[in-house]
Design a protein around this ligand. Structure first.
Ligand SMILES: [Zn+2]
Length: 411
């Protein structure tokens, strides 16, 4: 009997497990071989900096094996990622040392890229991305997250460009002297005159203005000022989930004239309404708690009363992609996992999962041509356009020596 069972399993089990491959997934994997899949935002450099065991240590945080968190080389390969904007995030809440921390993160990201020459290469232009991706490596771009790091200095902005930064998210979650953050205090009703000069100087350099994280007023004013395409490096659709980090319809509709790209984020509270509502209630509870209450205790009690955090799924992300494609157009959309930054949706647990997302869109009727645009062609077009604008502007005007004091009357 036993022998029979063993024999039977030898024949039956492999067949039982080898279920027919999902045709949409096979299609997605084939398509991604000839596409350039570029993700807009991954916080791996901050995870390496903050690693509890070996902080800031690239030897300790090895990407060739199974690394902690959601990103490493084997999983990037499985996910068919060919381009990545590595975020050199610096928290806006630091009391001091914005520039120093930014320089350290730029150094860390550049050392990380250099450490794996078989798998990564620094990319500074759209042409670099195409060349590096063609070699089967991850074209590694650098994006700065939070304009506080320029410390109100256009000289600092230019130096960051020289060190490789190719986008700057104008704010993170804290309002700056020159721009309001989506989750910060509304102080300026958008950009100040110096804030507008920052955008113009980014145009002259060829650094993409990233308007994720800024207030809706800032989004609109950047679109008024910018001579080059903008990006949202990680935001989703406000009409589907009412979160201030998401993009309103009027701004989505302006992507066409601007040439910009909304790289749709996977962040659970941005893509799932029930998840967002749960967090709103929890935040109220946290804010209303007596000072000194253990936040863990608040979450535990809240979960007992309201149930666990509702899960966002891959389908929610696909809904946002469908919506942004409908309102902004298929030429103005990209993807941004925002991995290594916190929670992830079911079905998109790590960087190996992008093909599953493309398979879902194939099931929803997306054409190969539109999927290639979504994967990376759109953002490459925006980059190339921004490079052309920069070439023209560099002939027209010198580097700006404007100061926040002269433009905004601040020191
Ligand atoms: Zn962010």
């Amino acid at each position: 009997m036993l022998r029979y069972a063993v024999l039977l399993s030898a024949f039956v089990l492999p067949c039982a497990f080898a279920a027919a491959p999902d045709p949409a997934l096979v299609h997605a994997r084939t398509l991604l071989k000839s596409a350039i899949l570029i993700d807009g935002h991954n916080d791996l450099p901050w995870e390496i900096r903050e690693d509890p065991k070996t902080p800031m240590d690239l030897e300790g945080y090895d990407l060739r094996g199974h690394a902690p968190n959601e990103t490493d080389i084997p999983r990037l390969k499985q996910g068919q990622v060919r381009g990545q904007f590595w975020s050199v995030f610096v928290p806006g809440e630091l009391k001091e040392g914005f520039a120093r921390t930014q320089l350290e993160q730029l150094d860390l990201a550049r050392r990380m890229i250099a450490r794996y020459p078989e798998a990564m290469e620094l990319a500074l232009t759209a042409a670099d991305v195409r060349r590096i991706a063609a070699k089967g490596k991850v074209a590694s771009l650098i994006g700065m997250e939070g304009g506080h790091v320029i410390e109100n200095s256009l000289g600092a902005l230019r130096t960051y460009y020289d060190l490789g930064a190719r986008y700057m998210t104008l704010t993170h979650n804290v309002t700056l002297d020159w721009a309001d953050a989506a989750l910060g205090e509304p102080r300026h009703h958008g950009l100040t005159p110096f804030g507008k000069e920052v955008v113009r100087e980014m145009n002259r350099l060829g650094m993409l203005a990233d308007i994720s994280h800024v207030s809706a007023d800032v989004m609109r004013q950047v679109l008024d000022v910018s001579a080059a395409p903008v990006i949202f490096s990680h935001s989703s659709a406000l009409a589907l989930v009412d979160h201030p980090r998401n993009v309103p319809d009027d701004v989505l509709r302006r992507m066409q004239a601007n040439g910009g790209v909304v790289m749709v984020s996977f962040v659970p509270p941005f893509v799932n309404r029930a998840n967002r509502a749960w967090h709103v209630e929890l935040d109220k509870r946290v804010k209303g708690a007596p000072p000194g209450t253990d936040p863990k205790q608040i979450v535990e009690e809240f979960t007992r009363q309201h149930g666990p955090e509702p899960q966002a799924t891959l389908k929610d992300v696909a809904d946002h992609i469908d919506y942004v494609a409908k309102v902004a157009g298929h030429d103005h959309i990209g993807v941004a996992g925002d991995y290594c930054a916190g929670a992830v949706p079911v079905g998109l647990e790590d960087v190996s999962k992008y093909p599953d997302l493309f398979a879902e869109l194939i099931r929803r009727g997306w054409s190969d041509a539109d999927l290639k645009k979504l994967a990376g062609d759109n953002v490459l077009r925006a980059m190339a356009q921004a490079e052309q604008v920069a070439k023209r502007l560099q002939k027209e005007r010198p580097p700006s020596i404007a100061t926040i004091g002269a433009l905004d009357g601040k020191k």
